[in-house]
Design a protein around this ligand. Structure first.
Ligand SMILES: Nc1nc2c(c(=O)[nH]1)N[C@H]1C(S)=C(S)[C@@H](COP(=O)(O)O)O[C@H]1N2
Ligand SMILES: [Mo]
Length: 318
């Protein structure tokens, strides 16, 4: 994993670059990356006789994902957030989360494990070295970003507590503090926010717990002090402000599945061929770009994760 770039930059690039310049540099980067879907689409002209776009992976470079697409600006990543505990207005979350207290903080890891434990967040971050992972985040609403996370594989934490043979799933519980989180006062939603993974998904090396982005501590609006990131699934799987991780035998309940089971399944793998009942999932808007680009199967991580779903009907297990 490429980490030298952010490590060598003492302040984030968005801070030293005015937004317009930053955007222009992004355009420049895009022109340079001839393998990107956007460039290919533009070069193809008439969409009808265009061959299906298969963007290709490239040697990993700093500040880009493996398709050569640049990371989204810090401003966008930290001011366009889904975090219903604070607000359903994406642009209001950052301000409303400003005073949220993330210390002291503990995370309970329990359930079907030999060594259940409560970790203090700072002990946990010291114990597991934080590495940079540049991942695409595809929201089920149809937009996406490229985010340079700092985090560590969830598998490392799970191994620490020694899962029992009977454990098949992992559930994640977000904090619920109505005094600090105005959105929780809306009793329409089944608080606290919760999510779940199959154990093999949770143990996959791509699955991380993130504690930072752009080489800095995670801002509150992005899920401080620790949030899940599962890059081949829709963004809502990545629960923020986690206080409890539980290993279970039964498939856990999930927030969005409780609200609308026909719309949000347990698996929630990014799948351009499986439309949401109310809209297509075939394309997405990359924040900072104009127009839309094709959505990739498993959000572009098929090489790494398709084997997890071999023999499963992905129309049924959406
Ligand atoms: N606790 C909690 N976690 C959450 C959400 C939420 O409302 N509450 N929203 C989810 C959704 S829909 C998305 S797309 C991502 C957005 O993460 P970001 O704001 O860091 O981009 O967080 C996910 N995690
Ligand atoms: Mo989302």
């Amino acid at each position: 994993m490429e980490t030298s770039f952010w490590k060598s930059v003492p302040i984030r690039s968005s801070e030293i670059t005015p937004k317009s310049l930053y955007l222009r540099r992004r355009e420049f980067l895009k022109l340079g990356a001839l393998g990107t879907a956007a460039a290919l689409l533009a070069a193809c002209g008439n969409a009808e006789d265009a061959a299906p776009v298969t963007p290709s992976r490239q040697p990993l470079q700093s500040g880009q994902d493996e398709y050569g697409d640049p990371v989204t600006s810090y401003e966008a990543i930290t001011n366009y957030n889904n975090y219903y505990e604070f607000s359903t207005d994406k642009e209001a979350v950052a301000r409303l989360a400003e005073d949220f207290q993330t210390r002291p903080w503990t995370i309970e890891v329990s359930g079907l494990v030999a060594k259940p434990r409560v970790f203090d967040i700072d002990d946990l971050l010291k114990k597991f070295p934080q590495e940079e992972r540049i991942y695409r985040l595809r929201c089920v609403e149809g937009w996406s970003m490229v985010i340079p996370w700092l985090g560590f594989p969830l598998a490392k934490l799970l191994k620490e507590v020694e899962p029992l043979g009977s454990a098949r799933y992992v559930s994640f519980l977000s904090v619920s503090r109505p005094e600090e989180m105005l959105g929780i006062r809306s009793s329409f939603y089944p608080w606290p926010y919760r999510e779940g993974l199959r154990l093999d998904e949770a143990l996959h090396d791509l699955t991380i717990l993130a504690s930072g982005l752009y080489g800095e501590m995670l801002p509150n609006q992005n899920g401080a002090p620790l949030r899940l990131v599962v890059p081949w699934k829709y963004g809502f799987k990545s629960a923020k402000a986690i206080v409890k991780i539980e290993l279970t035998e039964q498939q856990p309940e999930t927030f969005w599945n409780l609200i609308a089971p026909d719309e949000y399944g347990f698996y929630s793998n990014v799948n351009p061929q499986k439309p949401h009942p109310r809209w297509s999932q075939a394309t997405e808007r990359r924040i900072g770009e104009s127009g839309r680009r094709p959505t990739l199967m498993f959000n572009g991580y098929a090489e790494e994760v398709a084997h997890l779903y071999e023999g499963m009907d992905l129309n049924k297990y959406y």
